[in-house]
Design a protein around this ligand. Sequence first.
Ligand code: NDP
Length: 247
Amino acid sequence: SIENIRGKVVLITGASSGMGEAAAKYLAALGATVVLGARRADKIEKLSKQINDIGGKSLAIAVDVTKREQVKQFVDSAVEHFGRVDVIVNNAGIMPLSPIDRLNVDEWDTMIDVNIKGVLNGIAAVLPYMKQQKSGQIINTSSVAGHKIFGGSAVYSATKFAVRALSEGLRMEVKPYNIRTTIVCPGAVKTELLDHITEVDIQKANQDYVGTVGISPDSFARVVAFAISQPDDVDINEVIFRPTAQE
Ligand code: NDP
């Protein structure tokens, strides 16, 4: 029930836009205390003020998820402020799609750093607290692209398959600590994600597609809220959702 969201301390990375922002607003409206992480400090500070102005509880902390020490600082500061960490949504991610043979090797590296290492850094930072609390929930954003490959998605899909693999491994390991793990796999959602594709043809094809079938990031917010709102002995392991119009 919604009562299982109220009062929880929920950390969200990638909260400066798109699905992270939508989740932050929605969970705050349901009574969670939200801690907003992203690199663009101005964006998350503005969002935090918006939330607090209408009676919600939030804090913005700038973080680059590729920097392990910064992610630890992000989580440590959240715990200093609010005393605990009930949920982390490891949601920060990038999708500079391109066919492998174009050899955009630097983009491969950043995708691996943000999408895989960023998630691992989040897990490493919260686990000591959650083990001690003997409770917690780790929600990782994968993708429909974490289940299948589409044009130009080989490396991106590899990172999202990896998120599913490490989340499932984690799920089995953290039983003794009463920690829940949830993988969320969105389909086409209208966000800033396509802005950073550097291959013009691939960007245009994706903009045309997502522009046509894409749904609101509120879809993600509702899925995350659903997973958190379950009774503590119910663990929603994975949710795949996509636009009704998406193949
Ligand atoms: P956005 O581009 O709107 O949001 C991405 C977020 O990630 C931003 O808040 C950005 O903040 C943050 N981010 C990127 N790099 C870093 C970094 N190094 N450190 C900290 N934060 C970072 O896209 P979405 O909302 O769509 O993306 C959210 C997640 O959903 C991603 O993991 C994406 O792969 C996944 N996804 C998206 C789908 C879609 O159709 N939109 C479909 C399936 C999965 P900042 O730049 O301020 O750091």
